[in-house]
Ligand binder design. Structure first.
Ligand SMILES: N[C@@H](CCSC[C@H]1O[C@@H](n2cnc3c(=O)[nH]cnc32)[C@H](O)[C@@H]1O)C(=O)O
Ligand SMILES: [Zn+2]
Length: 428
């Protein structure tokens, strides 16, 4: 399929050039033609007053947790997990996760997110929902070595790999998802590492999220969570570490040396009172840092515009430095750096030959005036509801704010049904 996006503001390298054209062919950005012949295209999209940005990459999610949105708020991480979320997650099934995931994809695509990176359970259902929605994603089975399901989780992660890695016309990659050091003892991490190596899978893990996690780890193993994972050889695999809020200078050195990428989740870290990650320091050290929302129960949105804005704001105040994270850097983190976290070297920028994940942002709202700098406007003034059209892998999945791949009326009814099923246990 050949698509021409006409007369658009084109965001490249932190700058916007007006009145450009983008030619998409199959799943790639083909060129930026000066005088395109319209008859050569299957579809023409008029870009007047819109801004073309790379699709946003959400580097840390638990998509089906949309169904826990507003169920357990204003709690600290361990209390929230142990007393509210884990007991409720025992009641999930394939059907519930399918519709919870679909709800997440509707919200994500509506808000300009074109890629996600998930760690959860019933991942085949998540993958099927993602395939239907047309979104790009990295999938991992969340693994816990404490409790009875350690080996079962690993087997399911391998199954997921066999069934979905490279599927969906290349939209899906499968990672292994050891949940965290406090749920995965050293022997289990070694086992996960060996299986990941056998199948050449990257790793997605939560690391150094709270002070308590680091303190307990140091008490038990005399090492920080990052040093512990390094000593177990986990970082011999390409690793994406979510949070990294409480990291030492030594941790940062290890991460840089072992090419560990970080997923920064500012809203989740603020809401669970975990702290503020030293993102400017990690970036200065040369670590690739993407941005994520985490699950919708600790955010409670899946809104990468909100997350970009927070990233650009909180580090300025935390460091008394207005340059700590600039608007351009926030966009880079949410696009090309995020794409690197997901293992892509041809995604996250509007460049010839790159994968065609493109969002068109409507700039007619009051909050887009006056228009000195569209990059600044996108980060500080823009919002997810400004997104008008979304193309993923060269295929339109939303046009003029209408989702093309998800029947939202059916979804609403199914979400209502599975929510009742999920929460039946609270009425017993
Ligand atoms: N323990 C599960 C697998 C874990 S899936 C990923 C888990 O991460 C949990 N989770 C979500 N957000 C966070 C976070 O910020 N930190 C730690 N865990 C989280 C989520 O609720 C889910 O239980 C099993 O039965 O095998
Ligand atoms: Zn998480």
């Amino acid at each position: 399929m050949k698509i021409l996006i006409k007369n658009i503001g084109l965001m490249q390298d932190g700058k916007v050039t007006e009145h450009k054209n983008i030619a998409v062919e199959d799943k790639y950005i083909k060129e930026f033609p000066e005088n395109p012949k319209e008859e050569e295209y299957d579809e023409i999209i008029e870009g007047h007053d819109m801004l073309a940005m790379p699709g946003l990459v959400n580097t840390h999610t638990h998509v089906a947790m949309t169904l826990f949105r507003s169920y357990a708020d204003d709690m600290a991480l361990m209390d929230w997990l142990q007393n509210k979320i884990w007991p409720a997650e025992d009641h999930l099934d394939d059907d519930i996760v399918y519709w919870g995931s679909t709800l997440a994809f509707a919200e994500m695509i509506r808000g300009g997110t074109t890629s996600f990176c998930d760690m959860y359970m019933f991942m085949d259902a998540c993958a099927r929902a993602a395939d239907k929605a047309g979104i790009r994603g990295n999938l991992a089975r969340g693994l816990a070595g404490i409790g009875p399901n350690g080996q079962k989780g690993i087997d399911e992660n391998v199954e997921l790999y066999k069934n979905w890695n490279g599927a969906g016309d290349g939209r899906f990659k499968v990672m292994m998802g050891p949940h965290a050091p406090y749920t995965c003892p050293p022997d289990y991490i070694r086992k996960v590492r060996d299986v990941a190596e056998k199948y050449d899978m990257p790793i997605h893990i939560h690391l150094s999220e709270t002070k308590g996690e680091v303190e307990n780890c140091e008490k038990e193993y005399h090492m920080t969570p990052i040093a512990l994972m390094d000593s177990l050889g986990l970082f011999e695999r390409p690793t994406l570490a979510a949070h990294c809020v409480h990291v030492t200078d030594d941790d940062i050195r290890i991460m840089k040396e072992k090419h560990v990428c970080a997923a920064h989740n500012p809203a989740s870290n603020l809401k669970l009172a975990s702290g503020i990650a030293p993102v400017p320091k990690m970036r200065k050290a040369g670590i690739t840092v993407g941005i994520g929302t985490d699950g919708a129960s600790s955010n409670n949105k899946l809104d990468m515009f909100a997350e970009m804005r927070l990233t650009a704001l909180i580090h300025k105040a935390a460091n008394y430095d207005p340059f700590a994270i600039t608007a351009k850097e926030a966009v880079d983190m949410a696009t090309k750096d995020g794409a690197k976290c997901l293992g892509y070297d041809n995604l996250g920028e509007l460049k010839e030959g790159f994968l065609a994940d493109i969002i068109l942002v409507d700039r007619t709202g009051f909050h887009w005036k006056p228009r000195f700098d569209s990059v600044s406007l996108a980060v500080y003034a823009g919002n997810s509801m400004d997104v008008d059209t979304v193309i993923i892998n060269g295929r339109p999945v939303m046009e003029h704010k209408e989702l093309l791949t998800i029947d939202t009326e059916k979804m609403d009814a199914e979400v209502k049904r599975v929510t009742e099923k999920l929460y039946a246990f609270t009425k017993k």
